[in-house]
Design a protein around this ligand. Sequence first.
Ligand SMILES: [Fe+2]
Length: 278
Amino acid sequence: MANEALRATDDIKPTLTDEEVLEFCKTGLLTLEGVIPDSTNRWVFQYLDEEGADPHQLVRDERFIDEVLLHPAVAGVVRSLLGANFQLPEWMANHRLVGPEAARYWHIDAGSDFERACNLLQVFYIPQSNSLEMGPTLFLPGSHLVPITREDIERFGHLAGQVPTTAPAGSVFVTAYSIWHRQPDKVDQSTRNLLKWVYWRTTPPARDWNARPDFDFAGADYSYTSNYFTGGHRKWQSVPRVAEMFYWLCGKADDFHMVGGSGWPYSSSDPGMWSRSR
Ligand SMILES: [Fe+2]
């Protein structure tokens, strides 16, 4: 996987705390609103508008690497979740829509494995502001750990808890690869650009983000409730999945043991989770 031609990333500083890494394990989605400056958004937008523009060329464009791929806010998140010396993307796609477009099905991208690990991150960047009329990608937070087949997911329509990527220009969405997503109806005449790429891990996971010594692994809340799952009844299902992913990211996969039943990682402070499961 290593490619000598790609820029080194060994000097990138992590930005996330334990709580923020755990939150990413729960949602599979981290939004950085408007972090890329307008001057960058403008030239990227103009480039994509040129006749014959090839978004793939951007992965070798020094200016794009400096201003977007290695922007400190973006790279700091990637460094936190993928460790030191993460690999920059080797390809770039642009989900460009011109004028009205019908919605696409809910789907997961090819190769999704719903793994309780984090070896790659799929990242989206919008160089222009996204309104609901522009068909902004919808994500279902928490779905990255919920296995489903493409055949089943295609039948879904509106899902409670879905989050649209309506955001100001220069926003970046960092996602776990297996997150469920779709493009809704685009109803306006605008041209929408959505750049998408993947960063890769090259080193084993370690808890070397902005961790603090007193983080309470035993007492942390590993649950996540998505409204999609019938109003929270399936909250308990998220707990082992989230906890296992967090332990994996900490480099503590070998320490992750479930005793079963309502034992750890379920929280004794939330007995309601059990009384609801009739
Ligand atoms: Fe997709």
